[in-house]
Design a protein around this ligand. Sequence first.
Ligand code: PML
Ligand code: MG
Length: 271
Amino acid sequence: MKERLYNVKMRAAQGGSHKKGGKHISGAERIIPEGDILWSIAKLLDRSLNHSKGKADFINISLEEVRTSEVKYISSLPITTLEVKDYLEGRKGVIQCLKLIGLSSQKAEALLNLLMEAPPLRGAMLVDIHTLKRLEPDLNRGVRATGMDWAYDLYPRLNSMLEKEGINNNHVKEAVALASKVARAPGIIAEICWSDDPDYTAGYMASEKLGYIRFTHLKPFGVDKGGRIFCFDSTKATVEDCLNWLENQITIINEIKPYQGNFTLSDYFGD
Ligand code: PML
Ligand code: MG
């Protein structure tokens, strides 16, 4: 019989819980077999207590069994890295990617501006590409894509693929798991993200069409405000279906797409 699977989630804050206004320090989740629960919780605890954003004094860890009949298995988005000299060049690259998937320059710039100007949120903004209006039910929180991971037995292969590229870290693994889920959500045409960790400047633009496009810099070093925007085409799906996929559907990556290589912007866009 197959081992039972559990969704383990951790969220940590400093200065009290998130609800009481504490500063968000770290959040992560895994979907793991029963036998690895203790090890996995220890790793998540260690992260929240030794984080570059500060030491958490509120840590919440939850555990829920996953009904395997309700899991959707998906492939990972293929990863490409675009090497940029700084975050300004990176953000130009994001606009070029948004144009490649069919958005006008004006829309692409407006979406990026929304992310740059967003208040710090625990979740992502969900924005209609036609009206540029935010659609999350709770605008102070944003929407959190949750319930995703790589299949447990894929990790050795994933680690060795990322190791070869010098990017075998939690940021990449967790972001690709999340982006691979989000790109398959009803109505989502793209996602843009950069980290809230002050010492991690890389970010990405992801879409079903282009895959997971990493930029070596999307924000300046030392900045602890990150964010995510999910770009939603309201002519393709209802917000309800989209939110249901993002928040309730468990997705597990059971197929790794090959790494696509490292490029400069001019190599990649051919200009
Ligand atoms: C995060 O860690 O909060 C997001 C990281 C995004 C970039 C990860 C990467 O290097 O591809
Ligand atoms: Mg972080």
